[in-house]
Design a protein around this ligand. Structure first.
Ligand SMILES: [Mg+2]
Length: 462
């Protein structure tokens, strides 16, 4: 845990300037290592990730207004959360001392600078812990901007002018697929429908799908019971983890298909376990279950492989994105017809700015954005991006489903509100990432009450 404060010189400048006296300044940042013990229940288990402890590398920005903070997190699954926080600490120090209005006006420049430190860039190049760290800083700033304007983030984004949206995006490396002028045109084309789209959003929300019944560690009885509950709750698409063995997948999908009937939508998720040819053979052995999509069939960087798989498993669609490191990966997946569903993630890439690029890339290629969520805080955060898309980019349509998993929402100031299979529009100001102080205190690793008690118990058992 580190605290970066404002230095004395910048305080003097602040006090000495009448203009800045009226401004709100960023006075400090602090990171928290928050881990939830989900591995004890096998929640989140899949073919690649056997025992995740859903965790948050959590960032809080403090300002000269004691009531105003900017909050965000990077989702991790446990070990390494401290490494992610170290990256955030290094990057977040750059914004201390900034005027929040100036930060809002220059958020595109801030995003570009966070990704442009040449020594840090060497450790990733728009991928990995520093890229996600930049995302944490950018997302915390957008949370702060929304709170300052007393708007939920979806509304703040939807009310931006096309020019403001485009100014937030780094078009470097994607202009061969999407130019700023094309992005402007997509946004301008949607302007006339924004009022009606917002009314639909406030009335209905955006359609959700659920992964809650589908974890690989659940037995068939639990999987079927949770599937029945999901159908009764109004969901129209359920996703199941797969990839342990073809026989296991056929048994589980056969039971599910029998339970839900021939027309209900079923998707599957392999979490990257297969080679390209294995993926094609495996998925084709499951075609009789009428799958909506196969998600993450192979390594997330293998764009050509995804394209080969897409051709080999049609009409089953290919979906990916929760591990797509950046907008350049999405550009290539779209250019090679490798995906039919784009699954953006709120904390994998460099924050809201880069996801605006991803959403506009998808619109250019007429591919629906079905965001990845689950984890901790991801549902709360990514719903805002889907709602922006529904108002200001691609509108409301039948091809959008936003992932939902029914756990850990109680730790947030405004938990997601999913009713009858739809995400309802958040009402409170902010981006959804603001976690309750009591949850941060209890699950702080390793000194929070939960972890000190757990360590004491495991010590007593030895
Ligand atoms: Mg997935």
């Amino acid at each position: 845990m580190k605290i970066c404060g404002m230095n004395l010189e910048s305080l003097k400048v602040w006090k000495g300037s009448w203009h800045n006296f009226m401004a709100t300044l960023i006075t400090g940042v602090r990171t928290f290592d928050v881990r939830f013990p989900t591995s004890t229940m096998l929640d989140g288990s899949d073919a690649m990730n056997a025992d995740p402890d859903y965790s948050a590398a959590y960032l809080k920005i403090y300002t000269s207004d004691p009531e105003l903070t900017g909050d965000s997190l990077v989702f991790t699954i446990g070990r390494g959360n401290e490494v992610q926080n170290s990256a955030i600490d290094i990057l977040a120090a750059h914004i201390v001392g900034m005027d929040t209005q100036h930060a809002f006006d220059t958020i595109g420049d801030i995003g570009r600078k966070l990704s442009a430190d040449s020594q840090l860039r060497w450790l990733g190049t728009d991928k990995g812990v520093f890229h996600m760290g930049a995302g944490a800083v950018v997302n915390a700033l957008w949370d702060l901007f929304a709170k300052e304007r007393k708007l939920p983030l979806w509304k703040l984004l939807a009310d931006l002018t096309p020019e403001q949206v485009v100014a937030a995006i780094d078009f470097r490396y994607i202009s061969d697929a999407l130019t700023p002028d094309e992005a402007l045109q997509i946004l301008r084309n949607a302007q006339h429908a924004k009022v009606a789209n917002e009314e639909i959003l406030r009335r209905d929300g955006v359609r959700a799908y659920t992964t809650t019944p589908g974890w690989l560690g659940y037995d068939d009885e639990k999987m079927l019971r949770l599937t029945s509950e999901a159908v009764a709750d109004g969901f129209t698409l359920v996703k199941y983890k797969c990839g342990k063995s073809v026989e296991d997948d056929r048994r589980r999908l056969g039971k599910v298909r029998q339970l839900v009937g021939p027309d209900f939508r079923i998707a599957i998720d392999a979490n990257q376990v297969w080679d390209v040819n294995t993926a094609i053979d495996w998925v084709n052995q499951l075609q009789e279950y009428k799958l909506e999509w196969i998600e993450e069939p192979t390594h997330p960087d293998d764009v050509v492989g995804h394209s080969t798989i897409a051709a080999g498993v049609a009409p089953t669609k290919v979906a990916t994105g929760e591990h797509a490191a950046n907008r350049i990966m999405f550009k290539q997946l779209l250019q090679l017809n490798a995906i039919s569903v784009m699954q953006i993630d709120a904390t994998r890439v460099a924050g809201v700015n880069e996801n605006l690029a991803n959403i506009l890339l998808a619109a250019k290629f007429n591919i629906p954005v079905c965001p990845h969520a689950g984890g901790v805080g991801l549902c709360e955060m990514v719903q805002h991006l889907a709602m922006f898309d529904a108002i200001a980019v691609s509108g409301h349509h039948e091809r959008r489903f936003v992932e939902y998993v029914h756990h850990l929402h109680e730790h947030f100031v405004e938990p997601t509100n999913v009713v009858a299979g739809f995400y309802k529009a958040p009402q409170l100001p902010g981006s959804g990432a603001h976690m309750l102080d009591s949850s941060i205190d209890r699950y702080l690793f390793p000194t929070g009450h939960y972890w000190t008690e757990a360590l004491q118990q495991s010590g007593a058992q030895k």
